[in-house]
Design a protein around this ligand. Sequence first.
Ligand code: ADP
Ligand code: MG
Length: 265
Amino acid sequence: MLDVQGLRKVYDGRQRQVEAVRDLTFTIDDGDLVCLVGPSGCGKTTLLKCMAGLLPPTSGEVRLRGRAITGPPPGMAVVFQEYGRSLFPWMSVRDNVELPLRQKRIARGKRRELVDEALAAVGLADTHNAYPWQLSGGMQQRVAIARAVAYQPDVLLMDEPFAAVDAQTRADLEDLIRQLWQRLGVTILFVTHDIDEAVYLGQRVLILSSSPTVVQESLRIDLPDTRDQLHTRAEPRFTQLRGHVYEQIQAAKRGQRPPAQAGRP
Ligand code: ADP
Ligand code: MG
C-alpha cells in the first residue's frame, strides 16, 4: 500500500542545513496498523509530511499503491500534531468536520450522517455548533480526529495525535482507533513517542533511531487482535514487547544497530 524507499530529507536553511531524515526504507501493507516510535526530533513529522505529499523529499520516494506521491493523494487523511493550527477558527465544529466531505462531493444527507457518527465516536456529540477556540486542546484534537474519521480514508496518517489529551480520553481514543481500524479496514500509520501506546495499538512497531534517522527495527506485535486497556497491558507478552522496544530505542540513541536476529524478543 505504502512504500517508502531511501527517503532522505535535508532542510535547507540560510545559516545551516539540517538532515532530518537520512535513509528510510519500509513498506506498509494494505490494512495494516503500524506504529512508528522514535525520539523527539528524529524526523517523524518530516517523514509524515513527505508521505502525505506536503513536503518534497530531498531524495528517495514514497509510493502509494505503486504510484509516486507528488502532492496530497485523494483517500488519505492526516491528523497533525499541531491540532491548534489544523482547524479553521471561523467555522463551527460541524463545518470543520464536514468540509473535506464537501470536497469529496458527498451528498448532503450522507454528509450529515457521517459527521454525526464521527463526532459521536470521539465523544463530541453535543458540540456541533461550538467553535474550535471555545474548546479545550484535547477537544480540538478530537475534532481533528473526527474530521479524519468522517472522511473515511483508505490511509490514515496520525502524528502524535493524543499528546495533548488527558489519560482517560487518550485510552478511549486508542480503543477508538483500533475499532475503526477493525471496522473500516483502513491502513494506519500512527506516530507516537510513547512506547506503551505503540505496543498497545500496533500490529507492527517501526523503531526509528535518533537523527540522522534510519529504521532501527520493524517489530511484529503478536498480541491478540482483541485488545483492552486492562488485560492487554497486564499480559506478560505486552511487558516483554515493551521492554524490547525500550531497549532498541536506547540502543538507537547510542548509535548501535541491532545485531541481525539476535535480540529478538
Ligand atoms: P519529530 O517529529 O520526530 O520530533 P521533526 O520531523 O519535527 O522531528 O524534526 C526533525 C529535525 O528537522 C529536527 O532537527 C528539526 O529541528 C528539523 N526541522 C523540522 N522542520 C524544519 C524546518 N521547516 N526547517 C528546518 N529544520 C526543520
Ligand atoms: Mg513531530
